[in-house]
Design a protein around this ligand. Structure first.
Ligand code: ADP
Length: 213
């Protein structure tokens, strides 16, 4: 099957056919409270792509071949802004000690570091803290800005990217979480405002929700 993007209505049609096959287009139209004419292009796409089989005078059947594809479609239809969580922040001047306290209090594995003007400056995670401890850093004196991974070496995601794109970035870059950012141009320079966070937990939660549906 080709990798087509299914609309929400097309996904609903597939769900209906799955449950009630064989079912006629009149019956599907009645269930969705639309006219048959409205459904015609959707049904054409679904039969041409092999998701549904149409048998004259009987109705539509689900071909059963496309579960995986539908699942990836559902994930692609979910936006980062739908599943992002609230991040924990510290400023660059915060001591490593205070940042570790924040990590515990907020129950997170990664803390985002923002500049005094509120823009993304870096990211600091468990391994960074462990490295600094092993390296003998004076955690009460050294600011977190000294040990963080610094912008622009940060992998970010935008609110309107989809959940699969975010998950791929997490896997490809081998990180636990991504700052969700909106880009702003200030005095000709690009600045990133952090509006959320996508972590391995956000993606795992989504997986569980979709499978339970
Ligand atoms: P952990 O430290 O718990 O293993 P990560 O695997 O996310 O967590 O972090 C590994 C390294 O990658 C750390 O040095 C951290 O600063 C850095 N890092 C974390 N998130 C990002 C990100 N989104 N972009 C770039 N680097 C990151």
């Amino acid at each position: 099957m080709s990798d087509i993007e299914l609309s929400n209505r097309q996904q609903k049609i597939v769900e209906i056919v799955k449950e009630r096959e064989p079912i006629t287009s009149e019956q599907i139209a009645a269930m969705l409270k639309v006219t048959r004419a409205t459904l015609r292009p959707d049904l054409a796409i679904l039969t041409m792509s092999g998701i549904l089989d149409a048998r004259p005078k009987v109705g539509y059947f689900y071909s059963g071949k496309s579960d995986i594809n539908l699942f990836s479609q559902q994930v692609k239809n979910i936006k980062v802004s739908d599943i992002m969580s609230v991040p924990a922040f510290v400023t660059e001047e915060t001591s490593v000690y205070e940042a570790i306290v924040t990590l515990f209090l907020e129950d997170v594995g990664t803390v985002f570091v923002i500049s005094s003007k509120g823009y993304l400056a870096g990211v600091v995670s468990r391994k960074d803290f462990l490295k600094s401890a092993i390296g003998g850093t004076d955690i009460n004196k050294v600011p977190v800005g000294m040990i963080m991974t610094r912008w622009p070496n940060i992998v970010t995601v935008m609110p309107d990217e989809n959940a699969l794109q975010a998950a791929i970035k997490i896997i490809d870059h081998e990180v636990d979480s991504l700052p969700v950012v909106e880009k702003e141009r200030i005095e000709g320079k690009e600045r990133l405002k952090v509006v959320g966070k996508i972590s391995k937990s956000s993606v795992t939660k989504l997986l569980v929700e979709l499978c339970r549906e």
